[in-house]
Design a protein around this ligand. Structure first.
Ligand SMILES: [Zn+2]
Length: 125
């Protein structure tokens, strides 16, 4: 498998952004598992890529506030974020979260019926 440098950067950045989302909700051990498949050079590049997207003009205290002063806890069961968290962690769905997903699918289908996705016209160069 040959991968261009750009493709490699995109792949690593996707891993990094996924971790950035999960680090606030999941257990660190679960988050770390996402790094298990990376070799040392990929890990170094990932750190560099993530550093590049840190908003350095934001005060350090604000950047770390989610950790030092957590305002919210993981979303409670019965919410979409909680249901997604179960799916991500491959946990069994409890009744509340299962209902939430059913309701989301129901609404999605209803919205699609009301406003079916339009066929895209083929793009001609
Ligand atoms: Zn739940």
């Amino acid at each position: 498998v040959t991968e261009t440098l750009d493709e490699r950067a995109e792949r690593l950045l996707r891993v990094g952004l996924d971790i950035a989302v999960r680090i606030r909700e999941d257990m660190p051990a679960d988050v770390r598992r996402g790094l298990d498949g990376l070799d040392p050079s990929e890990l170094r590049d990932l750190v560099t890529l993530l550093a590049a997207v840190v908003p350095v003009d934001v005060p350090e205290s604000a950047l770390l506030a989610w950790y030092t002063h957590p305002r919210y806890q993981a979303s409670p069961c019965g919410t979409l974020p909680a249901a997604r968290r179960h799916q991500r962690l491959k946990e069994p769905l409890d009744p509340l979260c299962a209902l939430t997903l059913q309701e989301r699918d129901r609404l999605r289908k209803r919205n699609e019926r009301a406003d079916p996705p339009r066929r895209r016209r083929p793009v001609t160069a």
